[in-house]
Ligand binder design. Sequence first.
Ligand SMILES: Nc1ncnc2c1ncn2[C@@H]1O[C@H](COP(=O)(O)OP(=O)(O)OP(=O)(O)O)[C@@H](O)[C@H]1O
Ligand SMILES: [Mg+2]
Length: 294
Amino acid sequence: MTAIGKTPPLLEVEELNVTFPTPHGAVDVVRDLGFTLEPGGSLGIVGESGSGKSMTSLAIMGLLPPRATMSGRVRLAGRELSGLTDRQLRRVRGDRIAMVFQDPLSSLNPYYTVGAQIEEAYRAHRQRVTRRQARRVAVEAMERVHIADAARRVDHYPHQFSGGMRQRVMIAMALCTEPDLLIADEPTTALDVTVQAQILRLLTEVRQETGAGLVLITHDLAVVSEMTEEVLVMRAGACVERASAERLFSDPRHPYTRALLDAVPRLDDEVGELRTVRGRGPSPAAGATEGDER
Ligand SMILES: Nc1ncnc2c1ncn2[C@@H]1O[C@H](COP(=O)(O)OP(=O)(O)OP(=O)(O)O)[C@@H](O)[C@H]1O
Ligand SMILES: [Mg+2]
C-alpha cells in the first residue's frame, strides 16, 4: 500500500543482478544495479558495447534469455514484477511497458503486413476488439508517427518500408497499447544520421503527447544529452555514475564517464574524427575496476 496522495515511482529497480553460466563459471553481466524513474521521467543508460545495457532492459521486461538468472526487484508503479506468474507478467508488461529495439526488421515478421502486426499488438492487450476497431487503431497509430498515406501503407509489408519508416512502424506498434513506459534500446543506431534525428524527434513528441516515461539505451552520449533528464553510465554491468544530464556533461566525476565524453565527436572537429575510448573495457568476467584509463 502506498501513502494516500503519493504516486509511487513509475519504475524502481533494486539490486538487480543478471548472471550467465559459462564453461569458466558464472558471469555477472549486470551487478547490483538500482535506479528509480518517476512517472513521465526519462533516463538514459549509456555505456560501451557489452556493458549490460540490453540485459538490464530485458530483465525489466522479463525477457531475458532462458539461460540467464536474475535477482533483485523490479517494481512498476509500485507493483512488484518478480513475483508474478508469466501470464500476469505478460499482461502488465504489454499493458504498461513497450519496447523499441535497434533493428526493426528483425522485430517485424516479413510475412505479415505492418497493419496486421500493429493490430495484433493492440488486440493482444484488449479484450473484445473487432477487426475494424483494431484496423482503425493501426491506421491512427501510423498517422501519429507521421507515416504519410497511412490508410494505404497499413497494407504494405515490412520490406516495402525504409529503415527509418520501419522504426516509425515499431514506434506506432509500441504506442497503440498506450504504455506508461517506453524502453528504447539503441532505437536509431541502425539508421543514417538525418533519419536518426527524425526518429529522436518523434520519440520526444510522443513522450510529450502521451506523458509516457522513457528509458533510452544508447552508446551515444550526444543523444542522451538531448533526450533524457537523467543519465546512468554503465560499465561491465555496474553503474559507475548517475546524474542529471546537465551535471554529467558539465562535471563528469568518474574517469570512465570522462573517457566516454572525450570519445564524443565534437562539431568543431574538422573531419568529425572520433576519439575512441582508449583501450577496451574490462570484460564482465574481469570485474568492474576503475582507473584503467592510461
Ligand atoms: N546468451 C548469453 N550468454 C552469455 N553471455 C551473454 C549472453 N548474452 C549476452 N551476454 C553477455 O552479457 C554482457 C552484456 O550484454 P548486453 O547485450 O547487455 O550489452 P550491451 O551493453 O547492450 O551492448 P551493446 O551496446 O553491444 O548492445 C556482454 O558481455 C555479453 O557478452
Ligand atoms: Mg545492447
